[in-house]
Design a protein around this ligand. Structure first.
Ligand SMILES: NC(=O)c1ccc[n+]([C@@H]2O[C@H](COP(=O)([O-])OP(=O)(O)OC[C@H]3O[C@@H](n4cnc5c(N)ncnc54)[C@H](O)[C@@H]3O)[C@@H](O)[C@H]2O)c1
Ligand SMILES: O=C(O)[C@H](O)COP(=O)(O)O
Length: 597
């Protein structure tokens, strides 16, 4: 029996935000130019309803196995509404945090547009995601997860069922007997044993079909430009070229996804290359065959028979010549329709959707990088550091300066293959963009959002000698060609520069411009440039103390004694405008800035 094999990678730092974190906090103080939000939001999803203390809502738009529904109900309000028109789906979706579909629902760009940002996860209870507009999902920061394994065996068994039924005219003979006839000569079939079967697409379903066909005594070859040959060899299958497969096969079974490259891959030209009398099975996707060309190939005798579970248009038109053809056997997309497979996909997709709504990264994510659990655990404090450096850096940009180029430098003793920076880049992007826009940025849409805003983020590595025990020594974020609200944050090359490290698992700000500082990246930060002299820490500390603002860290970085210095003060609470003004009025303070993390 197919059971759920989905795994969710728990990422403890991806928390559902509190009510407060949904409310943008605007700095009332005049030097703070950007509205900033205080929360660190989950990396992947944020649940609007959950954030407001309620349960998220999951719309199940096609029949899903009971076990999946029960799993969903433990965490969410579940709205099962089948056979919705596209308009009805668009109306309902604005009230939903997640949507679950099979292959019968088109999840178009309009669906994402209509959700107005609330829809955070689309779960496909099955394999094929060609009915989901992935580009639109990514643009809207919506995670798409599928259930890629639970229906594999069911689809393979259906392929074999169609192969045998076609070869022995089972469907046609059945209809004939039921019509009162007894046509034993008309329905003489062909044998499978000893025949060559070409499996086109040697993935999960294709390899299971191959295994079963070998058991039926067939000679099995396969074509798949991306499949490893040792996997094929292990079950006694030769990988061959596309043309060789077409030229030698007595039976062709299609098991590739529908992509621009595979669309109508069987067409007039490719049918002409096939052995006369070839028999074709399709349990993949209708669109991989040019259906009109197949009718021509059947009529010309190139194709003796076809057995089809899938169609370009589902359901196909009633008068479809292909469906009505007497040498064609058809089923209504039943490949995944066994009790066991439906229970399995329901559990697999429900677990992935609930996990994503909780802020976990699903192992079955289709439009986000999959990062192994152990890598996530190790990178956790660096991920926080990355977002906070991005947040600090962007708040240092003076109003009116267009931010176009950001350089991120990772200093590490790890080899490039041992350090996956995709998460870090996404979080820096989130930190850079969220304080200055209303866009919600996550791992799914970070690159897209940056590109859309014309923000170029380049990455560089500094390869350090020494023990690669920690993934990174420091991260540096530089914003070029802008002016700064805090001149001391400019590097010698004229870029805003902030640098941070993780110390004892806690992110620290360790450099601002050319000044070395050391302050934990918690709460908020006041940066002051001053003339280095005794009593400065005390002066600023007592202004904050009088205002009941708790100072969590203070650090002074100076070029030389009694010359200019930068003081970094970490504060738990937001000081009042008056307190900030008092700090600004201290004669030795030349400039200062208040930054929210
Ligand atoms: N009829 C059904 O109910 C049903 C059920 C399950 C799966 N499916 C469909 O079956 C297909 C295969 O599913 P899967 O789970 O095995 O997917 P999979 O990703 O495991 O395998 C697909 C294989 O196709 C290969 N491929 C890609 N482009 C190719 C090309 N141009 N030529 C040859 N091979 C190519 C890939 O390398 C991969 O190995 C999908 O289209 C899926 O949607 C249908
Ligand atoms: O891609 C799939 O998983 C199959 O085509 C099954 O589709 P279904 O969930 O609509 O049966």
């Amino acid at each position: 029996m197919a059971t759920s094999s989905s795994q969710t990678l728990r990422t403890p730092f991806l928390k559902t935000p509190s009510l407060n974190s949904k409310l943008p906090l605007y700095s009332a103080f005049s030097v703070a130019i950007h509205p900033t939000r205080r929360s660190v939001k989950p990396l992947v999803v944020v649940v609007s309803a959950a954030a407001l203390g309620g349960k998220p809502t999951v719309l199940v738009a096609e029949k899903l196995g009971d076990a999946g529904i029960e799993l969903l109900k433990e965490f969410a309000n579940v709205d099962c509404a089948y056979n919705l028109s596209p308009e009805e789906l668009c109306t309902k979706i604005s009230l939903c945090d997640a949507l679950i579909v099979r292959s019968g629902t088109k999840v178009s760009r309009e669906v994402f547009e209509s959700s107005a940002g609330r829809l955070k996860v689309v779960g496909r209870a099955g394999v094929g995601i060609d009915n989901v507009d992935l580009a639109a999902a990514t643009e809207y920061g919506c995670l798409v997860v599928n259930a890629p394994t639970a229906n594999t065996v069911a689809a393979a068994e259906h392929g074999i069922a169609l192969l045998a039924a076609m070869a022995r005219n089972v469907a046609q003979a059945d209809a004939s007997v039921k019509a009162g006839k007894w046509q034993r000569n008309k329905y003489v079939g062909v044998s499978l044993v000893g025949k060559t079967l070409a499996v086109m697409g040697f993935g999960k379903v294709g390899s299971e079909v191959a295994r079963r066909a070998k058991g039926l005594g067939m000679h099995v070859i396969a074509h798949d430009p991306y499949a490893p040959s040792d996997r094929a060899r292990a079950i006694g299958v030769d990988l061959v070229s596309f043309d060789e497969a077409l030229a030698t096969a007595d039976f062709i079974s299609l098991h590739m996804p529908l992509t621009p490259a595979t669309s109508k891959i069987l067409n007039d030209e490719t049918f002409a290359k096939m052995k006369k009398g070839v028999r074709i099975v399709n349990v993949a996707r209708g669109g991989v065959i040019d259906e009109e060309a197949l009718v021509r190939a059947l009529d010309a005798g190139i194709v003796a028979q076809a057995a089809l579970d899938v169609f370009t248009q589902e359901p196909p038109p009633k008068d479809s010549k292909l469906v009505q053809h007497e040498r064609v056997t058809v089923t209504p997309h039943l490949g995944a329709s066994t009790m066991e497979a439906q229970e399995g996909v329901a559990i697999e997709v429900a677990e992935a959707v609930v996990g994503a709504l909780k802020g976990e990264l699903a192992a079955t994510a289709v439009n986000a990088p999959m990062v192994p659990a152990e890598v996530l655990t190790e990178l956790k404090p660096y991920v926080e550091l990355a977002e906070k450096l991005g947040r600090l850096a962007v708040q240092l940009v003076a109003g009116g300066s267009g931010m176009k180029t950001v350089k991120v430098t990772y200093a590490s003793a790890r080899g490039p293959d041992d350090l996956d920076t995709r998460l870090l880049r996404a979080m820096i992007t989130k930190g850079l963009i969220e304080p200055i826009s209303s866009v919600f940025v996550n791992l799914v849409n970070a690159d897209f959002t940056a590109k859309q805003r014309g923000l170029k983020i380049t990455e560089e590595r500094i390869n350090l000698d020494g023990s690669p025990e920690n993934p990174l020594d420091f991260i540096q974020v530089q914003i070029a060609n802008v002016e700064s609200r805090f001149a001391s944050s400019m590097s010698e090359h004229g870029e805003i520069k902030v640098e941070g490290r993780v110390k004892d698992g806690i992110p620290h700000l360790t450099k601002v411009g050319s000044f070395e500082v050391d302050v934990t990246l918690e709460g908020s930060i006041i940066l002051c440039r001053q003339v280095d002299q005794p009593g400065m820490i005390g002066t600023v500390g007592s202004i904050l103390g009088e205002e009941n603002v708790n100072v969590n860290f203070m650090s002074v970085g100076r070029i030389a004694p009694r010359k200019q210095a930068v003081m970094a003060i970490g504060v738990d609470d937001q000081p009042s405008n008056e307190a900030l003004k008092k700090i600004g009025d201290v004669p030795a303070i030349e400039e200062f800035v208040f930054l929210k993390l």
